[in-house]
Write a protein that binds this ligand. Structure first.
Ligand code: F6P
Length: 754
């Protein structure tokens, strides 16, 4: 079971079952009592009534014995007859008579049954009682000896016993009615009691869940907590419902694990991804339409995930042949070679793109969050375009969703407003927003004119993810500074307008083993091929840097470090080359185009300073590289330089490590990347310190093979364990918990309203 704690359905049904069991038990007890008591009561009534009748008979005997003896002595038989008729007036007495010694019946009263015979009367000295039947009735015959000087006879008193049956029947009816009344009362009382218990329990549960989610002091001050509350809070805390990360370290994360997770913890859940960059771009070329995989960490992380889960990826259709490759609903099944999910393209005009993507996202938020000392630019028109495009994507999510509670994975700083906009359209959706770039401190974020709107937009989501705990803390600080909300730092939640967002670090990663590795030749082969294509001798040491041409990547700084290294150690000249593969990106923005020309200029300078006609220490290759080419370069290299001035994670570092199944190669890594927190075995550098970086590169070239192996092995192990399936899996586990919590609260609320 992935979700800790007792499921609310079970809790409720067990309460209901207990109430029902209680009622059924009462009923069984009542029925049992009835079945046991009725025959017993019947025989008791029989005994009591018989005893009563016998007493009456005796009474009759005692009261008329004298008169009978006198009448017998006087032989006054008519007198005897009238005495008997007088006695027989009593309703209960059926008949009276006298049996003589010879068995003759003397002066029987009118109703004396014909079946009665004195022959059968016991002739004993003492009184006796016997039963006869007359016309289907039971009759008790009492015989009392009467002796005078001349005669011996028996006074016979007959009682009709049918009243006993009637009395017993009445008593039975009364018993059953009384016990049924008791049963109903017990059941009614227990139902009311159970309802009260349930209501109290639900109230306690609701408050306890709230307390477990939002923390204790606020709640405990609301009222004295009962033992039940405390117990529930304890259980929830023990179960850590939605609060503490599940220890996922032991799980081997793979596409299959992710699929199992979805099946078990989120059965039937629909997955939608929202991102600006699309995973497959169709472009026209001389040979027709070609499919391109963009240079994007976001895409390389999410693509394997959605391949595993299936679903719909909603993204900007940016290729010049994108429109002609989609269907009438702007969809295309991808990956082209083996379709596994649907790509829904959104069209954005040039003008909108200028405002939303180039303007607000990349001239405003990008430099704001990266603190690479490029001044952010904020324009009102850009903001309006940003709002409009966020609306467009939110609308597309609502249209594409086939259920009312999909899991929507909103990606990056292009869509800070979309979570709230999606929430308005799909209130039950589980929205997970992931911020792929750093989140700066509150002071810095305060520069943004629409800071409150951005924060409020993001707080529309269920889960908000950053790469590191440090960025989460910066976010809390920023929220605290600019928005009226409730922040629970201990449990990592922010509540705004009654909606709670769980904020947590999910370090992003890559596919393991990476798809691009599959078709790679051996490392030896890659080394030879790459050196051959660069016109280098096979023993030349090679350093590589591969990324988008972005000023945050510290490309100029690493080139300067190479420059310094060659100055410090001229023996490397001719023996060492640095290849910088850089994919043009956002080139319409002056900062980016300037960077390209600066880098080209710097490369020329360095090459001029340290090289000659046959040796160029810096090779700057400005073009897009497909993943297979990137992996070929990684495998050919002796070291990889990742010198970002600031980077949320940096997947290049992880890809380099993943590419080295020979366990060789050294990683020089900036301490300002999220990756440096997971890859301590790299040579960690401050990219602003050129001297330090030059020394690190020099050192990397000297690290012996056995040490390289030890370092690489540890890094590979970590990247394998913390791969991108774990990244997505952790978010989905938290999403499953959040959905379960929501259900508990919904049930509790419903019960409280009743
Ligand atoms: O680093 C943030 C990010 O969105 C990455 O996820 C991605 O690699 C890159 O920026 C893509 O930038 P763009 O889509 O503008 O080329």
């Amino acid at each position: 079971m992935l979700v800790a704690g007792r499921p609310e359905g079970k809790l409720l049904s067990s309460q209901m079952k207990e109430a029902l069991r209680y009622g059924a038990l009462s009923l069984a007890v009542i029925v049992g009592l009835t079945l046991a008591i009725v025959p017993f009561a019947h025989s008791l009534i029989e005994q009591w009534s018989r005893h009563d009748v016998e007493q009456r008979s005796r009474l009759v005997y005692n009261s008329i014995q004298g008169s009978v003896v006198r009448a017998m002595a006087d032989d006054a038989w008519e007198r005897l007859g009238s005495i008997f008729e007088g006695v027989a007036q009593d309703d209960r007495i059926l008949a009276v008579g006298l049996c003589d010694e010879k068995g003759g019946l003397i002066e029987p009263t009118r109703l004396m049954p014909r079946t009665f015979s004195c022959e059968k009367v016991a002739r004993s000295e003492a009184e006796s009682f016997s039963n006869i039947s007359s016309d289907g009735r039971r009759v008790l015959v009492g015989a009392f000896p009467i002796v005078d000087r001349a005669h011996k006879a028996y006074l016979i008193v007959l009682h009709d016993l049918s009243f006993i049956d009637a009395r017993s029947g009445e008593a039975q009816t009364f018993f059953v009615a009384a016990l049924a009344g008791v049963a109903l009362t017990i059941m009614g009382v227990s139902a009311v009691f159970a309802a009260f218990l349930l209501r109290g329990w639900m109230g306690a549960l609701r408050l306890a869940v709230e307390e477990a989610r939002f923390g204790g002091p606020a709640l405990s001050s609301r009222r004295e907590r009962s033992a039940l509350d405390k117990e529930i809070v304890k259980l929830l805390r023990e179960a850590e419902v939605g609060r503490v990360p599940i220890e996922t370290g032991q799980i081997e994360w793979s596409p299959a694990t992710l699929q199992n997770l979805l099946r078990e913890a989120l059965p039937g859940a629909e997955v939608l991804i929202v991102s600006n960059r699309e995973p497959y771009i169709h472009n026209r070329s001389d040979g027709g339409v070609v499919v391109q995989t963009p240079a994007s960490g976001l895409v390389s992380a999410l693509e394997p995930v959605i391949r595993a889960c299936g679903g719909t990826w909603i993204a900007h259709g940016s290729g010049d042949a994108d429109r002609e490759t989609v269907d009438e609903r702007d969809r295309i099944a991808v990956p082209p070679e083996a379709p596994a999910y649907s790509l829904r393209r959104i069209w954005i005009s040039e003008e909108e793109q200028d405002g939303y993507y180039y303007g607000l996202a990349n001239e405003g938020l990008w430099p704001l969050c990266h603190i690479a000392f490029v001044r952010p630019v904020f324009r009102e028109a850009d903001w309006r375009a940003y709002e409009k495009i966020n609306e467009r994507f939110a609308e597309a999510v609502a249209r594409e969703a086939q259920t009312d509670d999909p899991i929507v994975l909103v990606q990056d700083y292009h869509f800070a407003l979309a979570p709230r906009m999606i929430r308005e359209r799909l209130p039950k959706a589980t929205i997970i927003a992931f911020w792929h770039i750093p989140w700066p401190n509150a002071e810095t974020f305060g520069i943004c004119p629409w800071k409150e709107r951005i924060i409020e937009g993001l707080l529309g989501c269920t889960i908000l993810g950053f790469h590191t705990r440090f960025h989460c803390n910066n976010f809390f600080e920023t929220v605290d500074r600019f928005v009226e909300s409730r922040i629970d730092r201990e449990h990592g939640t922010v509540t705004l307008g009654g909606h709670e967002t769980f904020v947590r670090a999910y370090p992003i990663s890559i596919d393991w083993p990476p798809k691009a590795l599959a078709a790679q030749p051996s490392v030896e082969e890659c080394r030879l091929q790459t050196r051959r294509s660069l016109g280098l001798a096979s023993d030349v040491m090679l350093a590589v840097g591969i990324e988008r041409f972005d000023y945050t990547k510290g490309i100029l700084d690493r080139m300067k470090a190479v420059d310094l290294l060659l100055t410090l150690d001229p023996s490397l000249k001719g023996r060492f080359v640095f290849v910088q593969a850089a994919a043009p990106t956002r080139s319409r923005l002056p900062t980016y185009s300037r960077l390209q020309s600066e880098a080209q200029e710097l490369a020329r300078e360095i090459n001029a300073r340290h090289g000659d006609e046959s040796y160029r220490p810096i090779r700057l290759v400005i073009r897009h590289h497909e993943p297979a080419e990137v992996f070929g370069l990684f495998r050919a290299a002796d070291l990889c330089i990742v010198s970002s001035l600031h980077d949320g994670m940096n997947l290049v570092a992880k890809e380099f490590v993943a590419s080295r199944d020979d366990e060789q190669g050294v990683l020089v890594l900036s301490s300002f990347t999220g990756a440096s927190r997971e890859m301590a075995e790299a040579l960690i550098v401050n990219p602003y310190n050129i001297q330090e970086m030059a020394e690190a590169i020099g050192m990397a070239l000297r690290i012996p093979a056995n040490e390289q192996r030890e370092r690489m092995r540890l890094m590979r192990q970590r990247v394998r364990e913390r791969n991108v399936y774990r990244w997505a899996g952790q978010m989905l586990i938290d999403a499953a918990r959040s959905r379960q919590q929501r259900r508990i609260l919904d049930i509790a609320e419903k019960n409280q309203r009743r």
